[in-house]
Design a protein around this ligand. Structure first.
Ligand SMILES: [Zn+2]
Length: 420
């Protein structure tokens, strides 16, 4: 996974432009993507797709000809969506265009100006303090003109048309954990689901620029979403060493919330469950009241809460392969659990089954304390009345839903239970 992260990291992305296209090209070499261009000026609900932004270079040069700030060193140095500019300014005139974080003097902040025409630079506060009185030559070679917004998707059909959306966003420039880690895990999750046989749900993978991209996507697929999308997950901030955090859906008690809680509880990793809140990422759009789609977000450290967030310290050192791998495993478990969480019906509901008749007198999968085993199998059979989901029964037993899924599958194969 780290190789994809490394390939995507240096590219200067934004909500529109060639950086997004190049990034989608890289992902598209790994999984099949359908790329869509939405022209500037397109109305999407209350929003309008802005002019397309591209940039080739930007720098500030002092009176001795030294480049004091150079976009070529780090693409965070330019305020994202800066309009083109060329001129010579006194330090005092330049200052209002400079952004730094005094409390974090060693990092470059990430600043954007998508919907307000202006220009600016971001730099380490310690470097800002070094700017002496005098003239500075400022050059920003960018373009802001009608073009398009680019997004991509990929669908894996399942046995039902009901879809689960896996959404990640691709608009941040060189930031590793926020944005790109989600894209990387989503790409690998696609491969997992593609190889996984007999998926019940269909899966829709969405790679969009955050906010405006999700809004444009929803505008284009409104009827489809209202009809077919069952639930979703937004993938971001997945590669740091922090504990897991699950942001619940707007509904708060959806089966996806129950499943994520069950998987996390039995994973052995530290974790927290959080109620849905605003703002956030693209769950804001999917869960807007008109769509009201249950979309959660399973993260590591939460955006806005780690000190590296939206700074140059959110880099390739901050994200580790080990953490990406752990997170991918967690998502695979969540998907496996979602794919197992049926409502079953016990086909012999009058009194208990004579378990030994069916080779179920002891745990068929592992050696286990008989009392513990009987509690599980009898509880599963008892509550398999079509009204309780497998995860609800697992929670009654305080066992992993995937553990109970093995029993359910066996009972189904022996024609003792069926899916309702
Ligand atoms: Zn961000």
């Amino acid at each position: 996974m780290y190789s994809l992260l490394k390939e995507l990291f240096p590219i200067c992305r934004s909500i529109t432009g060639d950086g997004v296209r190049e990034s989608l090209g890289i992902i598209g070499r790994r999984i099949p993507l359908r790329v869509t261009e939405v022209p500037s000026g397109t109305r999407c609900f209350d929003w309008t797709v802005p002019d397309e932004w591209n940039i080739s270079s930007a720098s500030i040069t002092d009176s001795k000809g030294r480049k004091t700030v150079d976009f070529a060193d780090n693409n965070l140095h330019v305020v994202n969506y800066s309009e083109p500019f060329s001129g010579t300014l006194e330090r005092e005139e330049l200052m209002p265009h400079l952004h730094s974080i005094p409390s974090q003097p060693d990092v470059i902040p990430y600043v954007t100006t998508y919907y307000k025409r202006r220009w600016g630079f971001c730099l380490r506060h310690k470097d800002l303090l070094k700017l002496k009185k005098g003239k500075y030559k400022v050059e920003i070679k960018s373009s802001l003109k009608p073009g398009s917004l680019t997004f991509a998707d990929a669908v894996i059909p399942g046995r039902t048309k009901k879809e689960i959306v896996i959404s990640s966003y691709l608009c941040h420039p060189s930031l590793a954990n926020d944005s790109i880690s989600g894209v990387v895990v989503a790409t690998h999750l696609y491969k997992y689901l593609k190889a996984r046989k007999d998926n019940y749900y269909s899966y829709r993978f969405i790679f969009v620029p955050e906010t405006i991209g999700a809004i444009a996507y929803l505008k284009m697929h409104k009827e489809h979403f209202l009809k077919n999308v069952y639930a979703g997950l937004v993938l971001t901030c997945l590669g740091d060493s922090g504990p897991f955090n699950y942001k619940k859906t707007r509904q708060g008690d959806h089966s996806l919330d129950r499943i994520c809680a069950n998987v996390l509880k039995h994973s052995g990793h530290p974790y927290s469950l959080r109620e849905f809140w605003l703002p956030g990422s693209d769950e804001r759009q999917y869960s807007s009241p008109g769509f009201n789609i249950p979309v959660g977000s399973l993260m590591r450290s939460v955006y806005g809460e780690f000190k590296e967030y939206h700074t140059s310290d959110d880099d390739l050192n901050f994200v580790k392969e080990k953490h990406l791998e752990e997170t991918l495993q967690m998502y695979k478990s969540v998907i496996d659990a979602v794919e197992s969480d049926f409502h079953y019906i016990n086909l012999n509901p009058f009194c208990e089954l004579h378990l030994s008749k069916y080779g179920l007198g002891s745990n068929p999968f592992k050696q286990e304390d008989p009392n513990r085993y009987f509690r599980k199998i009898l509880t599963l059979l008892n509550f398999s009345d079509g009204k309780h989901s497998l995860c609800e029964i697992a929670d009654k037993l305080d066992v992993p839903v995937l553990e109970l899924a093995e029993f359910a599958k066996t009972l189904e194969q022996k024609k003792l239970m069926r899916r309702s």
